[in-house]
Ligand binder design. Structure first.
Ligand code: ADP
Ligand code: MG
Length: 578
């Protein structure tokens, strides 16, 4: 009896979907890339419930004909390559013809598309690879595609999606990658009807600033190099803007975001002597290279690339970054030398092994010299001890909030201004750090055990930090793919347990990469997850509590991510404005 049979197309597509579409963010990436390939210069992304309910992308690109609109959902349907030779000369973002087929196999899709020259457009409704509707309809030029109920027929995937917060973070990351590599395209991003990003058409520098905020501008140093092999351009972050987490590292090859540890290492090497160990420089680098000299076709998500001459590219990147660091040192920018005491990331001064940069045009200049070697733990000094004392001792009668975000504490000499969320993060961070030292954990027993499902990998992470979690009040058993909680820390709410644990896992993944202390990291994730939001109305008592608890902290002036928690304005400071 014969037992082999060909898998039906919709099953094959579902299987392929597993590789291409792992989470809502992967669908967002593929759809944004399609819009770019269609030549759009305006793209809008709308999502609901972190993409679990809806992902919609509207572009003003070339659109599709009636026939193309239908066939684009077939597997291996692509307009981007015609024969195997084209594979060696890929100029578009897509070429595998897998994305739409995969997405259509695992969601409800609604496509609306129209070619500029056509009078009418096409409306197509597909559910699990099956065409349910195919009509002519009036539409605007370009394409709108709605992806609803992603993974509705793949419960294994759907159940293992993370909280909205985590999934939204992944989507945001994809959106940022695409928008940074395409500054000439106007891009907007709406989540549950809130506009998160509004990025007008601009140049690369403006786009970086629009994505990361105005403050970014002053820390950007341009880099540029042209060789027969590659052209490099973009920006690196000044050494003092380096961070402890690998965050703002963007490397684009021919407008495609790629991950490449080897080339990342080249940049790290160039920074080696000007930033402390365990810090990550930020960079936004475009590399243009002849498409014949690369092979993008090695990974379904197209974020990995093989270079023919990787060693030379390594050397060029390293030298170019070093050169820019060197020339930036000749003329320290105005904002750098005028920086006020509290603008400085104090933690940068902790490491003792900061050496002078090797490429030195001005051998007397060292960016770290003009700041005394204070350590992070010294940073009570950041707001002088006597000011902390002044606001600790005096009973402050009046306090009030600005924008439900900052708390103001006036006294006769001036005022103290506190960023409520960051302050609360600092308070919780120190609280949990101390909790690890104390013997007894403060835990509330749950009436009914609460279980949380996780994938195998995440379960492994949790079991590796189980002792620490127990210590601060998470009491649970591990059962195969489940954590069953009997007790949780007093400050936690049962309803927020799932996102909290997921955040801890995500943070742990990041910090594992950079070898952060487990306990400190755990305290930090708890602080980030449990701190009051950036905008929250607080009662007068709560406002007073924040100040009192904050000033008792060991390092009150910065939050665990080293951002400033408070400012003191004295009458002398105010006088300067008049
Ligand atoms: P690929 O991008 O690898 O070709 P996809 O499955 O992502 O594969 O898309 C299939 C085809 O559908 C594309 O090659 C393109 O011709 C067409 N297409 C997809 N999205 C759009 C869009 N937004 N505008 C115009 N054409 C599109
Ligand atoms: Mg595509």
């Amino acid at each position: 009896m014969n037992i082999i049979q060909l898998l039906p197309d919709h099953v094959a597509n579902q299987i392929a979907a597993g590789e291409v579409i792992q989470r809502p963010a992967s669908a967002v990436k593929e759809l944004l890339e399609n819009a770019l390939d269609a030549g759009a210069n305006e793209i809008k992304l709308y999502i609901k419930d972190a993409g679990k309910t809806l992902i919609q992308i509207i572009d003003n690109g070339c659109g599709m004909s009636k026939e193309d609109a239908k066939i684009c959902f077939e597997r291996h349907a692509t307009s981007k390559i015609k024969n195997a030779n084209d594979l060696f000369n890929i100029k578009s973002m897509g070429f595998r013809g897998e994305a739409l087929a995969s997405i259509a196999a695992i969601s409800h899709v609604e496509l609306n598309s129209k070619l500029t020259e056509d009078e009418l457009g096409t409306l197509l409704i597909i559910e699990g690879s099956e065409i349910k509707k195919n009509n002519e309809c009036s539409s605007t030029n370009g394409t709108s595609i709605k992806v609803k109920n992603l993974f509705y027929n793949v419960p294994a995937r759907r159940n293992f999606l993370k909280s909205d917060q985590v999934e939204l973070r992944h989507i945001t990351e994809e959106f940022c990658r695409v928008s940074l590599s395409n500054p000439k395209v106007k891009m907007q991003f709406f989540s549950n009807n809130n506009e998160l990003y509004h990025l007008p058409q601009s140049n690369f520098r403006q786009r970086i600033v629009n994505v990361f905020g105005n403050k970014k501008n002053e820390s950007l140093v341009p880099i540029e190099e042209q060789t027969s092999l590659v052209t490099l351009n973009g920006f690196i972050g000044k050494p003092e803007s380096a961070k402890r987490t690998r965050g703002e590292q963007y490397f684009f090859v021919n407008n495609r975001f790629i991950k490449n540890n080897y080339l990342n290492h080249a940049i790290k090497k160039a920074f080696e002597e000007v930033i402390p160990q365990n810090y990550f420089p930020s960079y936004f680098i475009n590399l243009s290279i002849d498409t014949n000299l690369i092979d993008i076709n090695i990974h379904p998500s197209k974020t990995e690339i093989k270079f023919e001459d990787e060693k030379s590219i390594y050397a060029i990147i390293r030298a170019t970054v070093k050169k820019s660091l060197g020339s930036y040192n000749i003329a320290p920018s105005i904002d750098f030398s005028q920086e006020q005491a509290f603008d400085i990331d104090i933690s940068l001064r902790k490491s003792e092994n900061i050496k002078e940069p090797v490429i030195k045009v001005d051998s007397n200049y060292n960016p770290f010299n003009d700041k005394k070697n204070k350590s992070y733990d010294d940073n009570r000094e950041y707001l002088q001890e006597n000011i902390i004392q002044e606001f600790t001792d005096k009973k402050i009668e009046k306090t009030f909030q600005i924008g439900n975000c900052y708390i103001v504490y006036p006294n006769d000499n001036g005022l103290l201004l506190i960023h409520q969320r960051r302050a609360h993060k600092r308070i919780l961070f120190e609280y949990y750090k101390n909790a690890f030292k104390s013997e007894k954990s403060k835990s509330q027993t749950l009436l009914f055990p609460k279980s949380i499902k996780l994938n195998t990998n995440d379960i492994k992470i949790v079991s590796s930090i189980k002792n620490e979690l127990n210590k601060i009040g998470f009491l649970f058993k591990i059962k195969k793919n489940e954590l069953v909680f009997n007790g949780i820390p007093n400050e936690c709410q049962e309803t927020n347990l799932q996102p909290l644990i997921e955040n801890i896992i995500e943070q742990n993944k990041i910090s594992d990469e950079i070898k952060l202390d487990v306990k400190k990291n755990l305290a930090k994730s708890l602080a980030i997850s449990l701190a009051i939001s950036k905008q929250k109305k607080l009662s007068n008592d709560e406002q007073r509590m924040i100040k009192e608890e904050l000033l008792k902290c060991e390092s009150p002036s910065v939050c665990p991510s080293k951002k400033r928690t408070m400012i003191n304005l004295r009458i002398e400071d105010l006088d300067k404005y008049f």
